[in-house]
Every structure is written in C-alpha cells, then in structure tokens.
Design a protein around this ligand. Sequence first.
Ligand code: NDP
Length: 384
Amino acid sequence: MNDSVDLFVIGGGSGGVRAARIAASHGASVAAAEEFRFGGTCVIRGCVPKKLLVLASRLADEFARAPSHGWTIGTPSFDWTTLREAKEREITRLEGLYKKNLGGAGVQIHEERAEITGPNTVLLKTSGKTIHAERILVATGGYPFKPDFPGADLSIDSNDVFDLPELPDSMVIEGGGYIAVEFACLLQRLGVQITIVYRRDQILRGFDQDMRDHVTEAVREAGIEIRTHCSITKIEGTPKDQTVHYDKGSSQKVGQVMMATGRKPNIAGLGLETAGVNLNDRGAIQVTRDSQTSAPSVWAVGDVTDRVALTPIAIREGHAFADTVFGNNPWFCDHELVPTAVFTTPELGTVGLAEHEARERYKHIQVYRSTFRPMTNVLCDKPE
Ligand code: NDP
C-alpha cells in the first residue's frame, strides 16, 4: 500500500470509479475508498436494482395481455423473496466487476470510510491510516432526505425499499418526482396497493406538460391513487400496521410508508472545512465548470455537487476531471441538453426544453404532437 498517491478518490460510485480508472490509465498513482459497497447508488440501490424490479413488474402486464393473444396461462403468483435474492446476486456480481476493473487499472482499493484531514491528507477511519494525496476527488453522492414530522422514523426510503423482508399489502409514497412515481408503478404491479401523496397539483413537476398528463393518466389507470395538495404530518403505529395522518385532517391505515422527497448531497463529517472546501446555498460542494472546488487540491463530481443528479453525468464529470488533470486533455461536461428517462410504466423520455420552457425562451415555437397505441394493446383493448 502506498502512503502517498497522486489522487485519492473518496466514494466508489459512478463518478468516483470512472475518475479513478481514467486517472490510473494516464499513469497516476490512485487510491479509492468506499464505506458501503463499490458501485454506489446507481449500481447498489438505485438505477440497476430499480430497473430489475421494473422489468419484473411489467411481467404482470404481459400475463394480463396473454389471453387476448391466444395464450392460456394459470393464475400467476409472485414471490418477492425470489426477486430480491436474484437482484442481490446481480448487484453483487456488478460490485465485483467494479472492484476487479479498479484493481486491474492499478487503483489501490480501501473498503472503509475516508475523511479529509487537510488539503493533502486523507484518514482511513477503520485502519487509522493516513494517506498523503497530491489531489483529492470527492465523489460521495447523495442520500435520501426525509422531512421531519412525528413518526417519520416509521417510514422507509429508497435505500430501504430494495431489501424489505416482505412486501406490504399497501403503501403510501410521499413525493411526486422520479423515485416516487417509478416505485409507485413497479410496486403496484407487484401487488402492493399504492397511494401517492404529493404536495402540489400534479406529479413530475418540471417535465413537459403532455408527458405529465400522459403518465398521470397511466398511473391512475394502473389503479394507483394520487392525492394532490396533500402532505403527511404524522405516522403512528408499528412498522407493519401504520396510520398516516394528512395535513387536511384525514388519515389512512397502511402497511408501509415510503418517503421519496428528494436527495441531499452527502457531505457530513467529510472534513471539507479542514481543506477549505466551500459549499453552495443548497449545501452541495461548490465547483467550477471543471469540477474544481475552492480548495486548490480538491475536486468534486457527481451528486455531491448537485448539478444534474444523474449517473451518466457523474461519469462524464469524473472522466473529464481525470483527462483534464492527469491526461493533458482538458474538457468539461456540458450540462445542457441532458437526456433523462423516468422508468414509470409507460416510461417517459426527454431531452432539451419542455414546451413551457421553450415558450419562456423563444417568441415563436411550433409544437408537434402525436399519440399511438402499441399493437399489443389494441388486441387486448387496453387504452395505454
Ligand atoms: P425529486 O427531486 O425528483 O423529487 C422529490 C419530490 O419530493 C418532489 O415531488 C418534491 O416536491 C417532493 N418534496 C421535496 N421536499 C418535500 C417535503 N419537505 N415535503 C413533501 N414533499 C417534498 O427527487 P427523488 O427523490 O424522486 O429523486 C432524487 C434524484 O435522483 C432525482 O432528482 C434524479 O436526479 C435521481 N433519480 C433519477 C432516476 C432516473 O434517472 N430514472 C431515478 C431515480 C432518481 P416538489 O415538486 O414540490 O418540489
């Protein structure tokens, strides 16, 4: 193990791993630390396992469609434990690949928490070892945020949902963004009766209005209840038998509550202040276009900088940092025109301006709109 490296990366998610690998490929000596599991949010408790659950959930639609296409099938039944264990096997495989690729690139791996103790020093918390680093990259991602109200600790978040020992019969999900709506769609299809609770008038705020209307209709069509202009004020009961109280005075019995009320940059206890790293007004690490922080030896990429909190962006930022600083090839990640997808059923995909944004920016715009029904839905007379 080297006590001194050219680059120390804190956080083994999408951005950190890409930066470490590319910097090493440019000849830098690199170490990387991860306190949970290499792969980060996307691989371990985000995009990848979520997508596996989405695919599993859509089989419910296939079974329902099958008879109108001539198939006779028995009564399908679903076993959460089987799916959860299959998901676990897959993310363990991917985690192994991440570590293998890092090791293969010559990156020194530390499976423990690391904290900054000075502009060029990092302390490994379990082994107690201090490493000197010419440069430090912070790529610690984000964590799910829960509002504070009585009984909030009885609710789960998107980290917990993947490993529930069993699925509840019913769930209230608070929030109207990516996570709330994706999990509502997939869990409803896996047999959980879902209620979405959202504080404003319509889910998926910020997306194009036609898309919001279309997905809202499909969400309702799937049997999900959406309560708008509504917030949870209190949860009472036991983890499996809860009563949720709402701000308008009503309440509801439910098996489980999940909060999907956004994510915050993961900066607590990292020692950023000891290196002179400034935060912005959203509590994220303040960076330049090139991901440089206010400290000359420290850079930051990915969700911890709260620019565009999407995996491909963290990867691009990490890659640009490594090429620029270690590869003598300066470039930066452009945050305009970032495509994004929401894995509802049906999913939503978008790039560029929404119609309302285009209208604000330009005087004359033309809108082309088209709708279609997949042929399979025609046969089974489904409106989607
Ligand atoms: P989002 O920011 O997308 O949505 C958060 C939701 O919670 C909003 O509807 C917001 O309401 C609501 N909210 C925030 N604070 C409160 C509060 N105090 N009380 C009640 N409601 C509140 O966050 P998510 O947690 O859904 O996802 C986090 C990020 O992860 C996303 O922004 C995205 O970048 C990424 N992600 C990407 C995915 C993908 O690419 N498919 C999938 C999942 C996550 P309001 O609208 O009023 O602000």
